[in-house]
Design a binder for this molecule. Structure first.
Ligand code: UDH
Ligand code: MN
Length: 315
């Protein structure tokens, strides 16, 4: 090789080395500062099958509920939207509670005041959703429940959904707010309004716990029951058409008080409900979650619950 050739080679090697050093410097200057490894969160042990915090029967306070702020101030810490996880153990159930609602502010305060401590004693993870019907059209409980469940399922992988009238207060925390994996559970078995007796065997109104996949299998509730009555019996028929049975916890603790109330404006008994109930078998697969249409006007993460204001249209 000629002198000239060595010179070029040395020049080349020198430039390459320089480029390497420059790259290293640039990398050092512009790369992200070294972050310390995040501390792993302590892994909590699973909560006990039977919560040690249960107290059994405890009479709910039915009248003059505190303000939302007072309820919040005395509550254990909740995440926005009314989400709770037990602080000291890993919950075995995660339950979304969905309430059909319109214009029952004082019932809601009575309910929240009672239900948060009740559920916390059960050591479950839960969140409360209020499906609030916007406007003055006839009330539609089934459709509101469909909306609430669908929206709740967007937020989390709940192991359990509980559809819950706002005026029913559980009297005994042994009545677990969790789901059976194969069948819906009728939780409000014994209600004071019905002298703590089941009015008829197929009843599935009030408070019902159902696993999300079963709710989907039943195509949710019918959207067609405008006004009072029928949607709960239709729901019961859907369960039986899907080959499910109703689970009922013992009446010794599946007990509720209903806040005494008059019939609401906009929720008169539906004169067509018996007719509709004759058509459940024909319609259930095309009327329900898969035909649900609504406008979600707002979703507000309140301190004690998630409020969904929804335009579900009218009859
Ligand atoms: N609901 C509302 N707002 C309404 C209507 C109904 O929030 O305007 C919700 C609420 O969650 C309620 C549920 O729908 O708990 C069921 O309605 P309801 O309480 O009227 O049903 P219930 O079976 O009706 O209690 C019985 C009629 C009461 C008349 C009693 C007269 N003695
Ligand atoms: Mn009621």
């Amino acid at each position: 090789m000629t002198r000239f050739g060595y010179g070029r080679l040395l020049e080349f090697l020198f430039s390459a080395a320089l480029l390497g050093v420059l790259t290293l410097i640039l990398h050092y200057v512009f790369s992200e500062p070294h972050k310390p490894e995040p501390k792993p969160r302590p892994v909590l042990a699973a909560c006990n099958k039977v919560s040690p915090l249960l107290v059994g029967p405890r009479a709910p306070k039915l009248s003059s509920p505190p303000s939302l702020e007072e309820i919040q101030n005395k509550s254990a810490p909740l995440s926005p939207g009314g989400l709770y996880s037990p602080p000291n153990c890993r919950a075995q159930h995660s339950t979304a509670i969905v309430i059909p609602f319109r214009d029952r502010a004082s019932h809601l305060r009575t309910f929240l005041n009672h239900i948060h401590p009740f559920l916390q004693r059960q050591q479950i993870e839960y969140r409360i959703y209020v499906a609030d019907q916007w406007g003055q059209d006839t009330f539609n409980r089934g459709k509101l429940l469909n909306v609430g469940v669908q929206e709740a399922l967007r937020d989390g992988n709940w192991t359990c959904i509980i559809t819950h009238d706002v005026d029913l207060l559980p009297e005994d925390d042994r009545n677990m707010y969790s789901c059976d994996s194969n069948n819906p559970t009728h939780l409000s078995v014994a209600v004071d309004k019905f002298n703590y007796k089941l009015p008829y065997p197929s009843i599935l109104g009030g408070v019902v716990a159902i696993a999300p996949d079963l709710f989907k299998k039943m195509n949710g509730y019918s959207n067609k029951f405008w006004g009072w009555g029928g949607e709960d019996d239709d729901f019961s028929t859907r369960a039986s058409l899907c080959g499910m049975k109703l689970v009922r916890p013992p009446t010794a603790f599946a007990r509720y008080k209903m806040i005494v109330h008059k019939r609401d404006k906009g929720n008169a008994p539906n004169p067509n409900r018996m007719n509709l109930l004759k058509q459940t078998r024909k319609n259930w697969q095309s009327d329900g979650l898969n035909s649900l249409k609504y406008k979600l006007l707002s979703k507000k993460l309140e301190a004690l619950y998630t409020n969904l204001t929804v335009d579900i249209g009218g009859t």
